[in-house]
Design a protein around this ligand. Structure first.
Ligand SMILES: NC(=O)c1ccc[n+]([C@@H]2O[C@H](COP(=O)([O-])OP(=O)(O)OC[C@H]3O[C@@H](n4cnc5c(N)ncnc54)[C@H](OP(=O)(O)O)[C@@H]3O)[C@@H](O)[C@H]2O)c1
Length: 329
């Protein structure tokens, strides 16, 4: 029998950027065991997707070439594997695929049921697909690392969020404001009003001396920094932290790792905590419900058809998205 084909974008080796991504026709994957086959309606690009292509996570990722990148998707369940018990054909869902296998820049993809959650009609495919990596990272940083309670209970915390206009940052501001927090944020001048509209109490332009110093305009010291950009040294954070303040670094480079070890083993009250996302289906479900209830929203930077996903890839590599970049099959 002739195999059914789908349109996808994939690369065959490390490097190459936008030019390394090729439009291809490949077999539609088959779900096994606890997997579901999805007809995709939207996918998003995260910086980790092109970092994998650059070889920054070799030899772990990708598991093999050729590789169809992207993990965060929304779509409709077309087929279920024999061990699937909580999803059925026709369900509209949001899913996070495995970084080992990828598969998001395609018309169809297989997802594990454990990281596939229902998408109610109030949440569009694009709003849902944007959530997994960016939303789950913001949620973990705030609730687990910074210990903010999103029901608003607990003593008020002063939080700094860097790159608050980006994918992770824009969710982090909104989630932080569900808790009892005062939020200081950094972003570029063009996004100051946007970041205020997400709920930030004060916003610094990162290209000004005040922004570069990270000093709170109201003189607050931070209990936690959700650090969503790169290249800010510990010595810039340190004077702005409360006695027990923490920097949660979601892109820790070698110097951040060394600082975090030194702070831990010298029993420093001020800590630097590297964060690695370990996704949980229940947290993804929670985020989708927050979008449904209008408690947080996905801001969409731009939408690109799958056949022009290379433009979306280039945009993400450029590093100037406001919110999330979406690809639609
Ligand atoms: N640890 C994990 O598991 C994990 C998970 C998710 C993401 N990450 C990492 O977290 C980082 C952020 O991801 P993302 O998806 O939020 O990125 P993104 O959406 O590409 O971020 C783009 C935004 O960052 C802003 N920005 C750039 N440099 C800035 C600076 N120095 N100060 C303030 N804002 C700045 C840009 O504003 P302008 O356009 O005005 O410059 C733009 O709006 C990436 O390095 C990513 O790999 C890690």
């Amino acid at each position: 029998m002739e195999a059914k084909l789908m349109h996808a974008l994939r690369y065959e080796s490390y490097g190459g950027g936008v030019d390394g991504l090729k439009n291809v026709e490949v077999r539609i994957p088959t779900p096994v065991k606890d997997e579901v086959l999805l007809k995709l309606e939207a996918a998003t690009i995260n910086p980790v997707d092109w970092k994998i292509q650059k070889g920054m996570l070799r030899p772990l990722l990708p598991r093999r070439f050729p590789y169809i990148p992207c993990t965060d998707v929304a779509g409709e369940v077309l087929e279920v594997g024999p061990a699937v018990n909580n999803l059925k054909v026709g369900d509209k869902v949001v899913a996070m695929l495995s970084h080992f296998e990828g598969g998001g820049l395609a018309e169809y993809a297989v997802a594990k049921q454990s990281l596939t959650v229902q998408r109610p009609s109030e949440v569009s495919a694009a709003e849902g697909a944007a959530l997994p990596v960016a939303g789950l990272t913001a949620l973990k940083a705030l609730t687990e690392s910074a210990e903010v309670k999103l029901d608003g209970s607990g003593k008020q915390k002063n939080i700094l969020i860097t790159a608050a206009s980006g994918g992770v940052g824009h969710y982090a501001v909104q989630l932080a404001k569900l808790g009892n927090t005062h939020v200081t944020a950094t972003c570029g001048a063009r996004n100051i009003e946007f970041v205020k509209s997400l709920g930030a109490d004060e916003v610094l332009d990162y290209k000004t001396p005040d922004g570069a110093s990270l000093k709170s305009p109201s003189g607050r010291k931070y209990d936690a920094v959700i650090h969503c950009t790169t290249d800010i040294p510990w010595k810039t954070f340190e004077p702005n932290l409360n006695e027990n303040g923490k920097v949660i670094d979601i892109t820790p480079g070698p110097s951040a790792i060394i600082t975090s070890i030194v702070k831990k083993f010298t029993f420093s009250k001020k800590q630097l905590l590297p964060l690695l996302l370990i996704p949980k289906g229940e947290n993804l479900d929670y985020l989708v419900k927050l979008v449904k209830e209008g408690k947080i929203k996905t801001i969409i930077d731009s939408k690109h058809p799958l056949c022009q996903a290379r433009d979306a890839w280039g945009k993400s590599i450029g590093g100037h998205a406001t919110g999330k970049i979406i690809v639609e099959p």
